[in-house]
Design a protein around this ligand. Structure first.
Ligand code: HEC
Length: 151
């Protein structure tokens, strides 16, 4: 349900942004993408710290943060639909050359983060979630290798 709500929200945001764009240039959409990625990165750090025992394991929090990652990932196809000419962006042109592949990787992240969220809700220990977590982390790397030009 949450994902559906987020996707609907993204659709609304798209409309708002495309109107705003005439005034502000491309920065709005690119900033939104980068903010979403940063939020994903922060959640991954937080989950990793809990799973490795650096911070106290809170199954509810892991579940919630994984669900939010899935929500962001589900919105990638919408958010990355338009190619933007923005100096700040690290988005590779390959995204628009191979949109199907990009969207497939986004869907993979969404699915694996969802699985982590569901498993986390019932997990007793952080350690038991390590395999699911690593599966999620693997999608970051593989998508970045193909679709992100690090600046
Ligand atoms: C479907 C492809 C895809 C997946 C999966 C993906 N990313 Fe990204 N990521 C990108 C792209 C493209 C950019 C560059 C966006 C831009 O600069 O406009 C990016 C940028 C980032 C950034 C930099 C944001 C900034 O402010 O510069 C972080 C942090 C990040 N990703 C974290 C993650 C993490 C953590 C995961 C896995 C949980 C992940 N990403 C999964 C495509 C992906």
């Amino acid at each position: 349900m949450k994902i559906k709500t987020l996707a609907a929200g993204a659709a609304i945001a798209l409309v708002v942004i495309s109107t705003a764009m005439a005034h502000e240039g491309a920065t709005g959409m690119v900033k939104m993408r980068m903010d979403a990625m940063s939020a994903i990165g922060d959640h991954m750090k937080s989950i990793s710290a809990m799973l490795t025992g650096k911070t106290a394991f809170d199954s509810g929090l892991v579940s919630k943060q994984a669900e939010e990652i899935a929500g962001h990932a589900a919105a990638f196809p919408d958010h990355f639909m338009m190619q933007m000419d923005d100096q700040m962006s690290e988005a590779a042109p390959a995204i628009w050359e191979k949109p199907d592949e990009f969207n497939k990787q986004a869907a993979e992240l969404a699915a694996l983060a969802n699985t982590l969220s569901i498993r986390a809700a019932e997990a007793e220990t952080g350690k038991s979630l390590m395999t699911d977590f690593q599966a999620v982390a693997g999608t970051c790397k593989s998508c970045h290798e193909q679709f992100r030009i690090k600046k």
